[in-house]
Design a protein around this ligand. Structure first.
Ligand SMILES: [Zn+2]
Length: 173
């Protein structure tokens, strides 16, 4: 049996996550959250199941998403040659990535006394967009609530993630 991450996460209900995605992808308010039940039924079933439902939510019509246009202009990664399918897939991937990161954070938080450092890896750890960047800070550092981090990553196709480190691991990389 597959171990699914719950749809509602501490401090981030499924509806909250859908509303965040609506804002992020410049969709009209309610475009996703009004179909929460339909989306919930496929949310743990992978892109093959969820992307068609996302396309239904947009009535299969193109919309204006400036950050996506910039991503394409910068020759960013695409999942599909069809722009509309690709936009839906980018939304699915962001939903999944942020959900995993929120879940991971909820697991790291109770272990701060044992693993007091968090290491941010990927593009969000860098001011220049370096995919191999890393940044190690105290788990209690305000950075984790004020900066771009995996549980609130707004970059299209960003693979950033966070590890927790013990004192020993931090000193012996
Ligand atoms: Zn990121």
């Amino acid at each position: 049996m597959r171990l699914d991450i719950p749809l509602d996460l501490p401090g981030h209900s499924f509806i909250d996550q859908l509303q965040w995605l609506e804002t992020w992808a410049c969709l009209p308010k309610g475009a996703l959250s009004n179909s929460a039940d339909t989306l919930a039924a496929v949310a743990n079933e992978g892109a093959v199941k969820m992307v068609p439902v996302l396309l239904d939510c947009m009535n299969c019509q193109a919309w204006s998403w400036p950050a996506y246009d910039a991503h394409i202009e910068a020759d960013g990664f695409t999942y599909s040659d069809d722009p509309l399918t690709d936009m839906a897939e980018q939304i699915y991937q962001k939903y999944r990535a942020n959900k995993m990161a929120i879940h991971r954070k909820s697991q790291m938080e109770p272990l701060k006394h044992l693993r007091p450092y968090w290491e941010l890896c990927g593009r969000c750890a860098s001011s220049t967009g370096d995919e191999d960047a890393t940044l190690i800070l105290d788990a209690d550092d305000p950075f984790w609530t004020t900066h771009r981090v995996p549980w609130r990553c707004e970059q299209i196709d960003c693979r950033c993630y966070v590890n927790s480190l013990s004192e020993y691991e931090r000193n012996n990389p």
